[in-house]
Design a protein around this ligand. Structure first.
Ligand SMILES: [Zn+2]
Length: 172
């Protein structure tokens, strides 16, 4: 039986893009931009922030929306501008990349842990069939109650161990 990868290949490529970037200070600034719906997870750890480049005094930031039509993206774009403006960058272009489409595999391990701490079950890897984990008691003995939780990108589960219901961040 082949060993399953621990980290998605996409995740490795994203990390490489960031590590090889010529403007690490801008990436670091953008670590202060969080997802409006889950304010504990940064747009980098969520897998939304794709690339950053600086040409003379112009900064270009590439982002990929999570779920299509997610209203949070407008807010994220405005937060990116505000954060960079505060740091003295005035010419900012935010580019939306729709292809390849965002996948929960782009979420970092840190991001998944932060989701869990926030009370939301993190998405299981797309190549894995592991069960959903209850963020309260870490039990895998739970059942799907509703395909739609507090938002369309979450499903609602009930844990049979601690009897709590919780949101699961759907895997795509
Ligand atoms: Zn539980």
């Amino acid at each position: 039986m082949a060993l399953l990868p621990v980290v998605a290949e996409e995740q490795v490529l994203r990390t490489r893009t960031r590590e090889q970037s010529l403007c690490p200070q801008i990436w670091a600034l953008l670590d202060n931009v969080y997802d409006p719906e889950i304010p504990v997870i940064s747009i980098w750890d969520l897998g939304v922030l794709q690339d950053v480049s600086e040409h003379e005094s112009r900064v270009e930031v590439a982002i990929t929306p999570t779920y299509s039509g997610c209203p949070a993206m407008r807010e994220i774009e405005s937060d990116i501008r505000k954060t960079l403006n505060h740091a003295g960058y005035s010419s900012i272009e935010v580019v939306t990349r729709l292809s390849p489409a965002w996948s929960t595999d782009w979420m970092s391990e840190k991001g998944k842990q932060q989701l869990m701490d926030f009370g939301i079950a993190p998405p299981t890897p797309t190549w894995d069939v592991r069960k959903v984990i209850c963020p309260q008691c870490v039990s895998t003995d739970n059942t799907l109650i509703s395909e739609f939780g507090s938002t369309a990108c979450k499903a609602m589960y009930k844990c049979h161990n601690c009897l709590e219901t919780f949101d699961y961040f759907k895997c795509i």
